[in-house]
Design a protein around this ligand. Sequence first.
Ligand code: ZN
Length: 97
Amino acid sequence: MSFPDPAGALSGERTGNICDRCNRGLQTWDVARIYATYDKETGWTLRRFYCLECGSSSIESGTKGADEVVADAVFWNHRLAGVRVSDRSPPEDGNSE
Ligand SMILES: [Zn+2]
């Protein structure tokens, strides 16, 4: 059981520039903190978009059974670039590490 690499999958993903918590608008080259989940139908989906002040670098409340990541990404022209995963919660089944 293998999952596509979240950093690779989320690179180039289109996104808005407004922090989900404080409504601050990010500019191109600002670093955003994102939260994404994996679904086998749709792949990696961006769920939350935060500025660095609002986003936690670790997964706060896990969703049981879902593969989740928190990552930093450069906001570039309404897309994500340079995605770096900082925390990951693998699904409870299929984790053979
Ligand atoms: Zn914010």
